[in-house]
Design a protein around this ligand. Structure first.
Ligand code: ADP
Length: 286
């Protein structure tokens, strides 16, 4: 069978989606499919194929973690409401064994979290050795919603970019590969998705009237996202900018980013710490 991956990705996702210095998100076509020449049905097939590859890689990382390898991978998902963060977890991370996933989501800080430094709750949720960590929202909320709503003075939030870079540097130095994904939907697509939530009783639970209020702050959020990309895309923890009006595209793109991160780890199955032939004999005799 043809290798679908090679057929459809003209430029690898890790290259074409990596945040570039000076890149302006106001110019980003959120309905585009950078690097990918296929259509939605090609994307659907590819997601299954590459999801299986991802699953195997994750199992190798897990196996190595059981054998003392301290490394892990952390996927950080950021995006406006309806950008598709939840679907990313279900349709991409859903391909791998849930036992190997350390998932955390970050909402409005609890009273206990508020009593601590903003990185306290993040630190507690880091993936364990051998795990694939997933953050649905993250410490970046502390320079996004917090900045847009003036929840702390500018002097406080503006110091956080450097602090976050330092924090992530330590994380990477300790063996975690950080994959930061910023998902961008257009305002029109967000309206359509919110409309669908209103139209379907099975989606009412996802609808939050506050999301419509937030739409008024769209430009402020875009500016806050731009600042995040400008100030916190580093060599050791770069951002990837994902046009997300087409869910099928954002999902195959993030699958490729994760696969690339796993492949960088050059994982092999751990060698047995027992004599295989002896064990075969013992088993046969038992
Ligand atoms: P979602 O909307 O992703 O389904 P939740 O409803 O649990 O998840 O919570 C998300 C909300 O929490 C978002 O409005 C987000 O801006 C807010 N939030 C996350 N982190 C913070 C923070 N540090 N300070 C204030 N609000 C935050």
């Amino acid at each position: 069978m043809a290798d679908t991956k090679r057929d459809f990705w003209q430029t690898p996702a890790v290259e074409i989606l990596r945040s570039r210095p000076g890149q302006s998100i106001s110019d980003l076509d959120r309905n585009s499919t950078p690097g990918f020449t296929g259509d939605k049905s090609d994307g659907g097939r590819l997601l299954e194929e590459r999801g299986a590859d991802l699953s195997l890689l994750q199992e190798k990382l897990y196996a190595n973690g059981r054998s003392g390898d301290k490394r892990s991978i952390l996927l950080i998902l950021q995006g406006m409401d309806t950008a598709g963060k939840g679907g990313m977890v279900r349709h991409v991370i859903g391909h791998v064994d849930p036992g190997g996933v350390d998932h955390a989501s970050f909402g409005v800080p609890t009273p206990e979290e508020k009593r601590h430094h903003y990185l306290w709750r993040i630190n507690k949720a880091f993936p364990r050795a051998g795990q694939l960590g997933v953050f649905d929202r993250s410490h970046y909320e502390d320079v996004l919603v917090v900045r847009v709503h003036d929840l702390v003075p500018e002097k406080v939030w503006s110091a956080r970019y450097d602090e976050i870079n330092q924090f992530e540097k330590e994380l990477v130095d300790n063996g975690t590969t950080v994959v930061k994904v910023a998902m961008f939907v257009s305002m029109d697509e967000q309206r359509r998705r919110l409309q669908e939530r209103l139209n379907r009783p099975d989606k009412h639970w996802k609808y939050n009237p506050a999301d419509v209020t937030e739409r008024k702050l769209w430009p402020a959020y875009q500016a806050a996202y731009q600042a995040v990309l400008d100030k916190t895309s580093t060599d050791y923890a770069p951002w990837y900018v994902i046009p997300s009006d087409r869910k099928w595209y954002s999902r195959i793109a993030v699958t490729e980013l994760l696969i690339a991160a796993f492949e960088e780890l050059d994982l092999h199955w751990p060698t047995a710490d027992f004599d295989v032939e002896t064990e075969k004999r013992r088993l046969a005799e038992s």
